[in-house]
Design a protein around this ligand. Structure first.
Ligand SMILES: [Zn+2]
Length: 246
């Protein structure tokens, strides 16, 4: 159920146990993928899972933060971590005020993780909302990724190119089969600074999009969506994704 398509009397009656919030960014994704890739993919997974589990879907937060790919003025929009933190925190507060018990964030972009966790920690202290953050490209479909991918995961790489191609075939106009878009930089430790940024992402890629296939994308996405559906069902049964081992 799309939150924004319901009337308020309808909203009053719906099951408010679980709601899903996709988060992404508008950011350069190689010469071959749409700028909206991260928001589009988070939306795709959240929308499919919400449909299958009949859960509430919130509107996607399209804007996010990037500290290195904002060097691509053709298209990237980066908002500050401060703004992002306040935006997420306010959304979490409002979701709580609307009576939602569990909020599952399907995050599609690495640069959002700092602001997301800060906002979740603060909102969880102030309200009764339980917030679960899924960084989907890391947390979901781990087995499927291991099975189908031939090259390391990255940015606009084999994995992401396959996924966008599978989810939004009309938005992928070409696949750089000749390797012209492949780019791989080894980074040891976290390095911040203009000199480092100049060496990274010269094509807005980290990885090997030349190896993408729609089939690989479909396999990863199917696994990812069913894991989210499983989580929704578990939450409805009061089961958190936490296991007491000892
Ligand atoms: Zn991405």
């Amino acid at each position: 159920m799309r939150w924004w398509e319901l009337t308020w009397p309808e909203f009053e009656k719906v099951d408010k146990t679980v709601a899903l919030l996709p988060t992404g960014i508008v950011e350069a994704h190689g010469p071959h993928l749409p700028l909206g890739t991260d928001a589009l993919m988070a939306t795709y997974i959240a929308e499919e899972a919400a449909k299958r589990a009949n859960a509430l879907l919130l509107p996607t937060v399209w804007y996010g933060n990037t500290y290195v790919l904002d060097k691509f003025p053709p298209g990237t929009i980066s908002i500050s971590n401060e703004t992002l933190y306040m935006l997420y925190r306010d959304i979490f507060r409002e979701v709580a005020r609307n009576g939602i018990k569990y909020l599952v964030v399907i995050n599609g972009h690495g640069g959002n993780t700092d602001a997301l966790s800060m906002a979740a920690k603060d909102a969880a202290k102030e309200t009764n909302l339980v917030i679960i953050i899924i960084n989907w490209w890391i947390d979901l479909a781990k087995e499927a990724r291991k099975r189908v991918l031939e090259t390391p995961e990255g940015h606009a790489a084999e994995d992401e190119t396959s996924e966008v191609w599978a989810a939004y075939p009309d938005l992928v106009k070409w696949i750089p089969r000749d390797g012209s878009a492949d780019e791989w930089v080894e980074v040891r430790f976290r390095v911040y600074g203009k000199e480092a940024y100049a060496m990274e992402y010269t094509k807005a890629v980290q990885g090997y999009p030349s190896r993408a296939s729609q089939e690989k994308g479909r396999t990863i996405l199917e696994a990812a969506i069913s894991e989210v559906v499983q989580l929704i069902n578990d939450l409805r049964n009061g089961k958190l994704p936490i296991t007491k081992v000892k």
